[in-house]
Write a new protein. Sequence first.
Length: 247
Amino acid sequence: MKMKRKIVEIDDELCDGCGQCVPACAEGAIQVIEGKARLLKDRYCDGLGACLGDCPKGALHIVERDAEEFDEEAVEAHLEGLESKKEVSDIPMACGCPSSQIQAFEPEEASGAPSGSTRSALSHWPVQIQLVPPTAPFLRGADLLVAADCTPFAYPDFHRDFVQGKAVLVGCPKFDDVETYVARFADIFRSADIRSITVVVMEVPCCSALPVLLERAMEKAEKRIPMEVIVLSTRGRILKRDELAVA
């Protein structure tokens, strides 16, 4: 039975299939299909628009039209169906491609990498800031490592000295949108109960924005989290380590 009500509408022309709206929809009403975000069924959408702010292209809007009534029971059955098809380590998100699916795994050091080889300390995937939803399981109660994406190339023992035991998020404050980062980290800080933050940046000026935007995100989320800032030289030396006081 249809009724006139508010519901999400997706502009195909603006949508680039990034999928950031997918984890933002608690009802699972949106999925990326053939490179575009799609509303699966009208009855899955409550019309409140929680997904709107997560679209970097502004492709999502709330409109009023004839649509099936929102059905909470149908949503519950739909979500149960989604859960039955996947493990926690295989939650579809972002652009929907395999490289952007959430995975949690044992670091190589704990799972028996060949003797004498360089071992990865990474315990999850993805790592790009814009691809990790605030609700990712590996963020809960984590010690967070936020690294400028040049740092692993400059510092040869990056995994050994920085990655072990941490959830890793990587990005570039020069080429990515700073306000998007602030909003994403604020959402993470609100929902994930982060214990500490280690920020690794290069000595170049553009990297200085990373700890600043993290402080802004903490203010926006009304959270104070212990944060250490490590600055590397372009030759891979640690120039300084600053522990910022928690207010």
